[in-house]
Design a protein around this ligand. Structure first.
Ligand SMILES: [Cu+2]
Length: 69
């Protein structure tokens, strides 16, 4: 399942790494694609939406919308 998060606060490649690593800490097999310009993080993972959202929050960014695809 791919889940798309709209995330506020990502501004550079460091943020991309921080978000990606935070998600991989929860699910090492997760496929994470970050679109920095659009502020979107698409995650293919078997982890729950709540777990993935927590990972992004804990990394210091704000999830403003979630869409399951
Ligand atoms: Cu940054």
């Amino acid at each position: 399942m791919t889940i798309e998060f709209n995330v506020e606060g990502m501004s550079c490649q460091h943020c991309v790494s921080a978000v990606t690593n935070a998600i991989r800490e929860r699910d090492a097999a997760a496929n994470v694609r970050v679109d920095l310009a659009a502020g979107k993080v698409a995650v293919e993972s078997s982890a729950s939406v709540e777990t993935l959202k927590d990972a992004i929050d804990d990394a210091g960014y704000t999830v403003v919308a979630v869409a399951n695809q």
